[in-house]
Design a protein around this ligand. Sequence first.
Ligand SMILES: O=C[C@H](O)[C@H](O)COP(=O)(O)O
Length: 163
Amino acid sequence: MQHLKGAPLVGFRVVVGSDDAGYQYKQAIVEDLNQDPRVAEVIDIGVHEGTLHEHSYPHIGLAAAQKVAAGEADRAVLVCGTGIGMAISANKVPGIRATVAHDSYSVERSILSNDCQVLALGQRVIGLHLARRLVKEWLGYAFDASTPSGAKVAVITDFEHSC
Ligand SMILES: O=C[C@H](O)[C@H](O)COP(=O)(O)O
């Protein structure tokens, strides 16, 4: 992902995943991201039609977060029934900050305040159009470590490094 100050963000590599409860929204989000000029690569890690029950939310949440932590992707968007299980799972991977966010302000702050790389959404909680809009908005924000928020996030990363 390229971040030149003042220029639009481009070149995102985005992992997308869901369990069976988030599958329809995941499919719609994959389609949207494939059409989004800011996105260079969409990595759909499932679940897939025909194998909807092969993996549950922890498998997908952990696998997506590992890709981000390994530098194979910039961000991940994950969908389950509530988003909660995906966020909990992704947060178990060192270096990952994941959150559920179902409103524009929280989506904005998840990047600008918290530098979250993972957005989790609940298909059983919000409507499809809102979910799609939130993902679109989410790609418009970039964290700036030179703001006061940078020092706060650094407390978390420093703690991780000390463990
Ligand atoms: O957070 C968990 C998700 O909402 C999942 O899709 C549903 O989990 P459950 O089947 O354990 O309720």
